[in-house]
Design a protein around this ligand. Structure first.
Ligand SMILES: Cc1ncc(COP(=O)(O)O)c(C=O)c1O
Length: 380
């Protein structure tokens, strides 16, 4: 970590060190945090398939939403500017370095569009978060997918060769921690590449899950934006802040890069309610601490159960993990849905692995019992 405050490093370990997790949790029992709506689908299934925060939104965000309803008839420019300033101050950058998006997905889309060029390469891990693949379809990229290493890290040597060998512009997507594998790629190696990379290699650093990371080999790529125009860091309110349904994310970059990106943003893309809830949630230590504690409890329970059942699983630095299944993945998902749990989707080429998002501990307890029954029946 450089001279940055913890918000720039942004990982769980750096935050936990400074905050006193137990006191922030207070006397409130974890069960009381299990607020109902949104925990399940309308049909009563528990949602363990989209890496959402099962706790729901924070009390402060709820109040902010109610207050903001009266602004629904007004365009959100003032509230937009206020949130941008808040984020800029916290990240120690100028307002012009922040670009809001309708979810971080829109920021990824802006980047894919803004940096497209004839015969440019788009280099990404395989598997990784697939939105990038969708967004590049309308552009002229040559898509290069580089398989993860045996330890499920980005294969930076191969990615570098792919990005730099043609001498043409390249957009490199680094999803760290990676979705769907939940694994990290050590930041020292990423930093070494960024330090050396030619200007025509552009780094898109997706840090959607960084607030959950405990492994101190990973940190944010944010310090690079001071010196480098070719680095964009993308963050979201959808994960630890629990606002996936409101759709707000942001990019942070050198002012020139941020300006280029903004040309591809839809006008007034962040709405009043999303802005209000995000402003109320950002850096809410109680919310983040609760989210991490609940996540850890669920994670430990699931890992212990998978070990007990002899089901291989990958290490996780996020709010989900990948575990091996035997048999057909779609059949497994269908049976889990019948038992009331929505899990995973296909992440080729890992078609004998299921991605499981962590829910509330009590739901994960029932999930683990179901998994044991599946094992007894030979279904997994
Ligand atoms: C790695 C990663 N990046 C970006 C996103 C998009 O999130 P949002 O658009 O909700 O901010 C997701 C969603 O799951 C994700 O996993």
């Amino acid at each position: 970590m450089r001279r940055r405050s913890f918000i720039r490093a942004g990982t769980f370990s750096s935050l936990a060190a400074g905050t006193g997790m137990a006191s922030a949790l207070g006397a409130k029992p974890l069960a009381a945090l299990a607020t109902g709506p949104g925990r399940r689908t309308a049909s009563g299934d528990v949602r363990l398939n989209s890496n959402e925060n099962p706790l729901g939104i924070s009390p402060a965000a709820k109040d902010a939403l109610v207050e903001a309803i009266v602004l629904a008839n007004r365009y959100p420019s003032d509230q937009n500017a206020a949130l941008v300033s808040k984020l800029a101050t916290a990240h120690d950058v100028a307002d012009g370095q922040i670009v809001l998006g309708t979810g971080s997905a829109e920021v990824l889309q802006m980047a894919v569009q803004a940096f497209a060029a004839p015969r440019a390469r788009l280099v990404m891990a395989d598997p990784t978060y697939e939105a990038i693949i969708d967004y590049q379809r309308t552009e002229s990229y040559e898509l290069v997918k580089v398989p993860l290493t045996a330890t499920h890290e980005h294969d930076l040597d191969q990615m570098r060769a792919a990005a730099e060998s043609s001498g043409r512009p390249a957009l490199v997507y680094l999803c760290n921690p990676n979705n769907p594998t939940a694994t990290i790629t050590p930041s020292a190696a990423i930093d070494a590449w960024i330090a050396d990379a030619p200007e025509h290699v552009f780094f898109l650093s997706d840090e959607a899950y960084i607030e959950y990371v405990e492994d101190d080999r990973m940190w944010s790529s944010l310090p690079w934006i001071e010196k480098k125009r070719n680095v964009l860091v993308v963050k979201t309110f959808s994960k630890i802040y629990g606002l996936a349904g409101l759709r707000l994310g942001y990019g942070i970059a050198h002012p020139d890069t941020a300006a280029r990106l903004s040309d591809f943003a839809s006008r007034n893309n962040a709405n009043q309610l999303a802005l209000a809830a995000a402003a109320a949630s950002f850096q809410d230590e109680a919310l983040m601490t609760k989210s991490r504690i609940v996540n850890q409890e669920a994670k430990k329970m699931v890992q212990a159960t998978l070990d007990e059942l002899g089901l291989e699983h990958m290490p996780t630095e996020t709010n989900f993990l990948m575990h091996r299944i035997s048999g057909d993945l779609a059949t497994y998902r269908g049976r889990m849905a019948e038992a009331g749990f929505l899990v995973g989707r296909d992440f080729p080429p890992m078609l004998d692995w299921n991605r499981l998002s962590f829910g509330l501990p009590e739901d994960m307890g029932r999930f683990c019992d179901t998994l044991r029954q599946f094992r007894q029946k030979g279904w997994v």
